[in-house]
Design a protein. Structure first.
Length: 234
């Protein structure tokens, strides 16, 4: 589906190349060249997706993601010349949904954008069904998560992870299985990506994040979402 995409890239040639490929997919594209403008335009035009370079003038791309994540679930695809795992994990920890290192294929970027946009469109099977697991309720249509009836804010990446686990509560998923469901096989990400999402989700859904009740680690295997409500001892 055509979408309005904001591209924050200070390299004019790179930005123009991205624009051409996205417009070829019939998207409307707005380009800005610094982090301050990225924040302002994201709040003004409310785009469907943000393609965000990390190395931006005025405001660093990671700070842009941090600021926008405080009031928006806008999908964010990060572009960067940095390629260390720590950079990747920091970007994901701030709420980015995907990550590409430079140099990259513009065709692959366009494909990643299509994939991120598809994840925001509910499937027919999910229209009338909300997933539940213990005190959690995951509404795929409204992209809404509740804990004991109280709404919580999650990033698109966190939502997809929680949704995948809630589809089969009690099943233990390895990191590789969760990565395949969330991103497909991607040379830029590792199992630690899942760990970051889990850590952030526990802060939001667990009464005591360091002693998780619902999103549980199965040591040596992976993670599971329990479908039982724990009963506290009197």
């Amino acid at each position: 589906m055509p979408a309005h995409i904001l591209v924050a890239e200070d390299d004019a040639k790179q930005a123009e190349l991205i624009r051409r490929y996205l417009e070829h997919d019939h998207h409307t594209v707005t380009v800005v060249g610094d982090g301050r403008s990225a924040i302002d335009e994201a709040r003004r035009i409310r785009p469907d997706l943000l393609v965000l370079d990390i190395m931006l003038p005025l405001v660093d791309g990671l700070d842009v993601a941090r600021v926008l994540r405080t009031d928006s679930e806008l999908p964010i695809l990060i572009l960067t010349a940095r390629s260390t795992e720590d950079d990747l994990l920091l970007g994901l920890d701030l709420g980015a949904d995907d990550y590409m290192t430079k140099p990259f294929s513009p065709r692959e970027l366009a494909a990643r954008v299509r994939a991120l946009l598809r994840r925001r469109v509910p499937t027919t099977a999910s229209v009338d069904v909300a997933l539940t697991a213990g005190p959690l309720r995951i509404d795929s249509v409204r992209h809404r998560v509740e804990v004991d009836g109280t709404p919580i804010t999650v990033t698109p990446g966190e939502f997809r992870l929680l949704e995948a686990l809630a589809l089969e509560p009690g099943r233990v998923f390895s990191r590789a299985q969760l990565l395949e469901q969330l991103h497909g096989f991607d040379r830029y990400i590792t199992g630690r990506t899942i760990d970051v999402h889990v850590m952030n989700l526990r802060k939001k859904i667990e009464p005591t994040p360091r002693q998780p009740r619902y999103l549980v680690t199965v040591y040596g295997v992976g993670y599971t979402l329990t479908d039982e409500v724990p009963v506290d001892a009197p």
